[in-house]
Design a protein around this ligand. Sequence first.
Ligand code: 5MM
Length: 339
Amino acid sequence: MNLAELNTIAQAMVTPGKGILAADESSGTIKKRFDAIGAASTADSRRDYRELLFRSLDAMSGRISGVILYDETIRQTARDSTPLVRLIEQTGSIPGIKVDKGTKPLPFCPGEVVTEGLDGLRERFVEYRGLGAKFAKWRAVIDIGPGIPTETCIACNAHALARYAALSQEEGIVPIVEPEVLMDGGHDIELCYEVTEWVLKTVFDELYRQRVTLEGMVLKPNMVVPGQQSPKRASVEEVAEKTVRVLKSCVPGAVPGIAFLSGGQSDVEATAHLDAINKIGGLPWKVTFSYGRALQAAPLTAWKGENTNVPAAQRAFSHRARMNGLATLGEWKKELETA
Ligand code: 5MM
């Protein structure tokens, strides 16, 4: 493991003005997204859609520091036979790979899940490195509800995240550590704060125990927001203030960057929150985005699975990438959405 190299990649992933495109939907998830726009999900249609994103030159070269790919995508070639990984590299963006194998019910913890995928992971990292991956991603899912999360669930997921991160660094690949506290449910913002704090403290404790180098990783957390069904809504400023407070109390300054997930927020909401967080300023880490839905909702809707809609989809993607790029600098304004 070369620590300087890991740090250089991690710093590039969180370059100010840029952020990460999470295009790592598993086959089940991308099918749901395609169903919603009336497009068939086949290996070719998934390739066509991702190719249109990676060929959006303005967005990719100006605003997207890295792309998280799914196992199928990292092996695919564009229509003209160029490997998709090569297309990404040609724009100056960095290819990465999702390595977790999704969640399974956690025994004796009703309503809770644990992320799987550690078996054979060392060997898979070697292969992914050969395919061009410079960073990786593993997502743990923590739900809030009556009696949950349990300590068992948080500990098991934190342990797996740290095992993954250590194996990733051993192979010279920067781990994105993603402990997601879900927005589902009627809980208020205070409870989201408490659970996020508990999760982050446990995760960093495990990362320390398993000798993960903080300078060579990127954290991908949720923002502190009320549950989607909560009647008590929070202002953009409150979300930003609480998110910054919890991160400052849990995330060491040695971590180069924090790249948020959007978690079901609307795309403009996710941009406004990121912008407000960066407007607070004085943060010890770079703070950016690693959005899936909040970057792709607009291009998916514009595309609808039709070749003729590719330019419109690329414009929609470039717009969201630009808005979020500005938000990483605290320079976004609502008026720019319609300009
Ligand atoms: C793009 O969605 C990712 C993969 O999801 P599945 O494994 O369930 O198919 C997901 O991990 C994503 O990277 C993060 O949750 C962030 O995406 P959002 O949409 O929350 O910004």
